[in-house]
Structures are given as C-alpha cells and as structure tokens.
Ligand binder design. Structure first.
Ligand code: TPP
Ligand code: MG
Length: 793
C-alpha cells in the first residue's frame, strides 16, 4: 500500500505538471496558454489529494478542490479512467479540461465547482446541512452520511464568506465537514504574514471545530528524536515563512549554511545536520506534514467522529519541483530544460508522457488491482438524478381588491403549507433574517423551522401571545439563516443541487430584500454556474420601498436578473401574474432537457434553470379577469398587451412591475389626445430579451422566419409610434425595446438613489409618475400638447 501510494503521488505530480507544461509549451502557438502556472499550487496539494482520493474517501463523500489544484484532480480522474487524454491535452483550451474544477463544464464527476475562492469551501458546510435536512426527513440514510470536504488554500482563508459560514455552521450544529488547509504560507502575490496559524486555530476551536495540525513529517520526527533534534525543531518552529521559503528554493547547500550559522556546528544539532548529505538535508527540511503521505492517510483515517474538523497541513508550494518555495512561483512554470530534468527524475520516457503505468516502480497488475478497488470510486459516478416532483396544476389565486405582490406571495405559500402533497413536503424555504418581513411567516407557522433537534417554543409555553408560532425540529421546512446574504446563496446552491449531490429533489425558495442581492452576487453567480435550482424572492424592491429609506432602494437588480446566466427573472405587477409565474417556476426549476437551439420557443425552456422574482410591498388594485391559456403563456414569455395598439396608434407605454397604475393612468389621459394608445405589460424583460436575442441569432444564421415573442408583439405597433418605457429600476432594462423594430423610445426609470419619501413623492422626483410618463410621451410624438399636462403644470 505504501509503495503504491508513493508511486501514485509521483504519478499525479507528473501528470499535473505535464498537463500544464503541455498547455503552455507544446500546443499550437495560437492555443498555447501563456500565463497561469498552477504547477506550484498543484505540487503543494499533491500528497494530500493522493492520500484522500486513493486511500481515505468513501463513495458518499463530496469534495471541493481549491481552484488551482484542478490539474491534480483531473490527473487523479485520468488515472481512474474518468478523464480523457484529449481533454487534458486541451487543458484550458476550447472544450478541454477546466482551469478550475467545474460541475457543469468538466466531464469527470466534479462534486463541487470552485474558482471564486472561498465559495466552494462554504459550499461543503451547506452541502452537509442539506444532507442533514434530507436525513431528518428520512430521505437519506443516516448511517451513510458522507463527509463534505474542502481543500482550502491558506490565502483563501482571507475571504469573509468563509467566516460567515463558520458562524452559520455553529448555529446549525454542523457536522461531517472537513476543511483541509494547504498551509504553504504563500498566496498569489507572495509569502503570507507570520503567525496566522494560531489565529485560525482559535477561530475554529471557538466555533466547536476540532483542529488537527500536520506540521512535521516522519523524517522530521525521526530527526527530532536524535541528539540535537530539539534544537532543530525549535529552529523550524521559529523560522520566518519567507526565510523557510527562500531556503527551500535554494536547496541543501543553502540549508546547511544557514543552519550552521544559527545552530553551532559542533553542537549536537550541528552534528545532526551534518549526518545528512545535501540532498537528504533538503528532503528533511521539506518533509512537512502535508507532504508525508503515510502520516496524511493515518491522520485522516483516525478521525472517528462527526464533529467538523479543520486540518492545518503545512506544505511547500511547488514541492518536488524546481519552483519550490520561490515567492513568485504562483504563475511560475518549469522551463523546457527543467521539464527534461524532471522527466528524468520521474522516469518518464519521451512519447510516453500520458501512459498510465509509465514511471511506476510497482508491478502494473498490482497497481491496476489497487486502482480497481479504490473505495471512493466503488459506487460509480457521484452525480445523481432525481425524479421530477409534480407541482400543483393550479395554485390558488389569493383574492383581494388591493394587494402587493409580496403579500400575494406570502398568501400563496401559506395556502401551499396546508397541503399534504409530496410537492409541498419537498419545499424548503430559507431567508437571511427577513423571514417575517418578506411574508414567509405564515408558511413557517404551518411548516416549522428545521433543526436536527426538537426545540421548544418558550413563548408558547409561557402562554405569551404571538403572531408567529414557529415549532422547531427535524420536520421543519424552513432553514433560518443569519443576515449574511452570501450564506443564503450558498445554501440555495447546496439545497438546489440536492437532487444531483444526494439523489433527492428539494424545491428551495429563498427570500431576501432586493438590494441585498448585490451583497451576495458572486455567491448567486456561483450557485447558477453549478446549475443549482431554486426560486429567489426579492422584496421589497426599487424606490417603491420608499419609507424604508434610501439605503435600501435597488436600481440595478432588473439588469442583474437579465444578465445572470441560469436565472430567469420576472417582475409581475399583479398577483394573478405572480401566481402563474410561480406555478411555471415550480416546473421550470425541475427541467433538465437538452437545449434545442432551433426550437421555436427561443428560450431555455428545455434545460430549465432557477428563477428570480422581483416583488414589491406596494398594494395595487387587482384586475378582475380570468387568464386564458394564451394570456398565461404570454406572461411567462415576458409580456402581453394590456391595451393592444390600434392601426393608428401613435404611442405605446411599456411598463414592468409596480409602476403599472402610473402607466395605465397615463394611457387613460393620453387617449384623450392621441389615437389608439397601447399599453404593453412586461412581466419579464429578461425572457423577452432572451427570446429576441435568440431569434436574432437564428435569423443571422439564415432562419429568416425566426420570430420571438417580442418581435410578434411589436409587429402590431405602427412604425411611426413611439414607446415610453417605465420601470422602478434602471431604464436600460426596457430601453432596448426600441431596437426590436426600430421604434423611437423614451425610457424612464431610476438612475440615482438614496432619496426617502412617500411613493408619490419619489415617483415624481425620479419622473416615473403619471405626469413623467405623459411628458415623455409628449416629447416623443408630435401633435397637440397633452391636455392633462397643461392642467397640472
Ligand atoms: C474571489 C477571488 N479572488 C481572486 C482570485 C484570484 N486568485 C486565485 S488563487 C488566489 C490565491 C492563491 O493562494 P492560495 O489560496 O494560498 O493557494 P496557493 O496558490 O498557495 O496554492 C487568488 C488571489 C480568485 N480566484 N477568486
Ligand atoms: Mg497558499
């Protein structure tokens, strides 16, 4: 076993270094990767990953590999027959293996994507919570809980989201989570500050984690046991990071000179040092715990409890390569000459670089047999599928003369909470401390808060009246989070991948205030990049949340909704639209078909995705209407004519969301002076735009008849008409409508924020009130002055 593991360690080191060398030096000039070494980062993690993948991991474990160790991961998968030579030869090139392990873009069974440092680390904690959630509901075998493992760069620990997640983990009694810190004391730019290790250690311990330090390898321990060993250990413990790195880079001679200078030559320590030749001395001084494969295997295997563990593994960035220890080695690459020397050392013949058994010392059959029996791979792929859970055919439409979309959402969920269907059981809600203020309180009253342990409601026991009676226990379906929005999005990523990570589907719904999407935007992007499936309810939004204060207003979120890949965004004005959109979302988020670029719908309706709904607290008078099928479809496709244009239509008002009353009122006033005024109700600028883009691309490719929903809608609008667009958000959200068929556009919206006041005051301030719309219409189309404007000015 030991010999095989050390063979594999060398093999993995070779393959990862070769993959990068090949990408940089051997590809066609135009495909060559000119920067981005990774070789040093890979060598740093090489032993740790070899130990884990080949000897420690179990099939139910899941791993987030730090971004720059991606070639090590791919090399291991290659050895296991899960990655191809073609993909490795095309590392970082079009269609090749990815720079950073990617669930969606790589073929080799990546558990958790990484890339934006810190996020994959936190994802392991939320994956573990997801596993606990499933187990508590009897959807996952409690005796087979996997360990969620993050391989963490030490500089990655600077990311705040890691600490946010530590706090959250503590609150939820996090377990079965290992974070293995590659403590090479180097970041991208150089050597990191002294003394961080005890700081990390005390932070982890204070949150209830075990901390295991892997500092000295077996060679070091043996030396410490000899006369002079204590002095040597002392020296190592006190050596500054940059000195240690510099000596590592220079090798045995430099080590000797320095050690002799610091520890007397004639002392026992001096004699100890002189008992090693230069090469041995260098090997001794580089024998840190994170490079001692036997120690690593033993340490990992000895963990026999479920408490979360942080391993701090001392390593050398570039270990085993001529780049070792150099402060600039992050993007350092071995030169072709150094590669030749390395090849000789690894015993790899020219032309046999990719051969599986090249350079190994053990008999091939023995290695083959070993690989066939590696436990982690024993159950095949770890990427699961889960059946679709039938959503309700219809959602009950909340009824009221006046209602806000946020209230409508709360009432729909409250109704769903009464149902005993499988679908209702699979819903899991979560919110960063805004459960009540986003109207989820009623749902939680009926479904309870999730906790592995049964909890008491003290207020209820003490018979104190309260609107919210939130029972707490394993059956609860609401995951309470602290305020940190990063945690919300990473929780949604984990819950939203439950079907793929654990084989059981959940329907996650997260709520937050719309402006704070920006706080967790990278985490939201990360969730989407992994193809997690969830519904995001963002409310309140825009300047319409007026009395809440200027700091809470959101302007750019509709554009985020349009631009975010994997997220379909909507902003309904009325609750019947919201009901239809939610019903559709419950289905859309479970779709996993192939995209057919030539499909007539032009949208990603086959592949599915996540959904973002931008809602509001402003009560609006609800239309009295019954939606027919065409109407429902149009709501989902992004827009419908609230008032269709007549043949002489001169002006069209296109609005999205909560400014509907202003748009409708303006149309009424305009109708007195202009012909056939039209009103376009936009429910999703995102889907409307996506359809238009796709149809335009299709037309460019020769499908002349390709017509998107918005193409068809605006075909009804005479070319001489102008469009006034209006939204409580950035005007660019709708201004592109003019590009569809060349209509003139005046786009109204909000470009500056921070003003507090009543809604009517703010709408006037930003020019998105009825008068503002009329003024814009008056300026856009020639003709008589608009009477209403004359009356009020
Ligand atoms: C959010 C984010 N910021 C910046 C980067 C660029 N980056 C990639 S790795 C890295 C730091 C590398 O240091 P460490 O995590 O210690 O890994 P090592 O290089 O030592 O292997 C940085 C800044 C990134 N990937 N993600
Ligand atoms: Mg580092």
């Amino acid at each position: 076993m030991q010999e095989i593991l050390s063979d594999l360690e060398r093999k993995v080191l070779w393959l990862s270094a070769w993959t990068i060398h090949n990408a940089n030096h051997l590809r066609k000039e135009e495909d060559a990767v000119k920067v981005g070494g990774h070789q040093a980062s890979c060598a740093s993690m090489n032993a740790i990953m070899t130990a884990l993948y080949f000897a420690v991991l179990r099939p139910e474990d899941r791993v987030a590999v730090k971004p720059h160790a991606s070639p090590v991961f791919h090399a291991i998968q290659y050895l296991m027959g899960l990655q191809t030579r073609e993909k490795l030869e095309a590392f970082r090139a079009y269609g090749g293996a990815q720079s950073y392990p990617s669930r969606t873009k790589d073929i080799d069974d990546v558990d958790i994507s990484t890339g934006s440092v810190g996020l994959g680390v936190a994802m392991t904690a939320f994956a573990s919570l997801t596993q606990d959630y499933l187990a508590a509901k009897g959807l996952y075998d409690e005796s087979k809980l996997g360990r969620m493992i993050a391989l963490v760069g030490d500089a990655e620990m600077d990311e705040g989201n890691i600490f946010e997640c530590l706090v959250e983990g503590f609150k939820h009694s996090l377990r079965n989570t290992w974070w293995i810190i590659d403590y090479n004391r180097q970041s991208l730019d150089g050597v990191i500050r002294e003394g961080l290790k005890p700081k990390f250690e005390s932070v982890f311990r204070s949150f209830g984690w075990d901390v295991v330090t892997l500092k000295y390898g077996r060679l070091m321990e043996a030396a410490f046991a000899r006369p002079g060993g204590d002095a040597l250990r002392n020296w190592i413990d006190n050596a500054p990071n940059d000195l240690y790195s510099a000596l590592t880079f220079q090798g045995g001679k430099a080590w000797r000179t320095r050690l002799h200078a610091d520890l007397e030559r004639q002392s026992p320590a001096g004699r100890l040092i002189d008992s090693y030749d230069d090469e041995q001395l260098s090997a001794l001084m580089c024998n840190l715990g994170g490079h001692d494969i036997d120690l690593l295997v033993e340490t990992f295997r000895n963990i026999d409890h479920e408490r979360p563990v942080c391993f701090i593994a001392y390593t050398i960035k570039g270990m085993g390569l001529p780049l070792a220890g150099h402060k600039d080695n992050h993007s350092g690459l071995m030169t072709p000459t150094q590669m030749e020397e390395f090849r000789r050392r690894m015993k790899v013949r020219e032309g046999h670089e990719w051969d599986l058994f090249e350079g190994i010392s053990q008999p091939q059959e023995k290695l083959r047999k070993f690989l066939d029996d590696v436990p982690f791979y024993a159950m095949g792929r770890r990427r699961f599928d889960a059946a679709r859970i039938d959503p309700p055919q219809e959602l009950p439409l909340p009824k009221a003369e006046e209602m806000s979309t946020q209230e409508g959402f709360g009432r729909i969920l409250f109704d769903l909470a009464r149902e005993q269907t499988e679908f209702a059981r699979r819903i899991v809600t979560t919110s960063p401390d805004v459960t009540v203020s986003t109207n989820l309180g009623g749902w939680v009253n009926r479904r309870g808060v999730f906790d592995r342990a049964e909890g008491a409601d003290r207020f209820k026991e003490e018979k104190i009246a309260s609107t919210y009676r939130w029972a707490q226990g394993p059956q609860g379906q609401h995951l309470e989070l602290g305020i940190a929005e990063n945690n919300l999005f990473i929780a949604l990523a984990a819950l939203g991948l439950s079907h793929s990570l654990f084989g059981e589907r959940l329907i996650p719904i997260g709520t937050l205030y719309d402006p704070f999407i920006a706080r967790g935007l990278d985490a939201l992007n990360y969730a989407c990049y992994q193809n997690a499936r969830f519904i995001l309810i963002a409310t309140p939004s825009g300047v319409t949340l007026a009395p809440e204060g200027g700091a809470h207003q959101s302007i750019g979120t509709p554009l985020i909704g349009m631009a975010q890949d994997g997220l379909a965004s909507f902003e309904p004005a009325f609750v019947d639209e919201l009901t239809e959109i939610l019903r559709w979302s419950f289905d859309y988020m479970q779709r996993e078909g192939e995209k057919d670029e030539r499909a007539p719908g032009w949208l990603r309706d086959e592949t599915g995705g996540s959904v973002y709904l931008r809602l509001s607290t402003r009560p609006l008078e609800q239309p009295k209407r019954a939606l027919d099928d065409a109407h429902r479809k149009a709501i989902i496709d992004g827009a419908y004519w609230l008032r269709p244009p007549g043949p002489n239509c001169e002006i069209c008002i296109a609005y999205q969301g909560v400014v509907a009353p202003e748009a409708i009122a303006a149309a009424g006033f305009l109708a007195e002076d202009r012909n056939d005024v039209a009103v376009l109700a936009v429910t999703s600028a995102d889907r409307l735009n996506a359809g238009w883009q796709a149809a335009s691309r299709a037309r460019t490719r020769g499908q002349r008849a390709a017509l998107s929903h918005v193409d068809a809608l605006l075909a009804d609008l005479p070319s001489f008409a102008g469009i006034v667009t209006v939204i409580d958000g950035h005007p660019a959200t709708l201004s592109w409508l003019g590009g569809v068929r060349g209509h003139r556009v005046a786009s109204l919206g909000v470009e500056h924020f921070g003003q507090s006041g009543r809604i009517d005051q703010l709408y006037t301030h930003y020019g998105i009130d009825t008068a503002g719309i009329l003024r814009a219409a008056g300026a856009l189309v020639q003709g008589r002055p608009i009477r209403y404007l004359r009356a009020i000015s």
